[in-house]
Design a protein around this ligand. Sequence first.
Ligand code: CUA
Length: 124
Amino acid sequence: MKRIITMTAFVVLAAGMGGGWRRFATAAVPAGAEQVVHMTAKKFEYSPNQITIKKGAPVVLEITALDRDHGFKVPELGIRADLKSGQVTRVRFVPDRTGTFEFRCDVFCGSGHEDMSGEIIVVD
Ligand code: CUA
């Protein structure tokens, strides 16, 4: 549990560096307030690779790296995280604008690395 909290803190910190998303302290969020989206990452795909979420609603992506280390980066939103092999990484944010935002792997993971991507669609 301690490891998960540490990782969450890192991800929130990393997510906040680019701005564009409203940050919030993990401890201040009541249980059940967030929409949880389960994802997996493996060579060379995310599943699901298209996520639709609602503007203004807190979301946490719980991403499990199945086979090796990968990355998760949403350049337009200033979000990035390391996905460690065999672990769940939580990426929390509150989408504050609508649109389609590409995410991609930014940790080299083999010959299909360049194609490892997906999109987040934020709707009203
Ligand atoms: Cu997965 Cu690069």
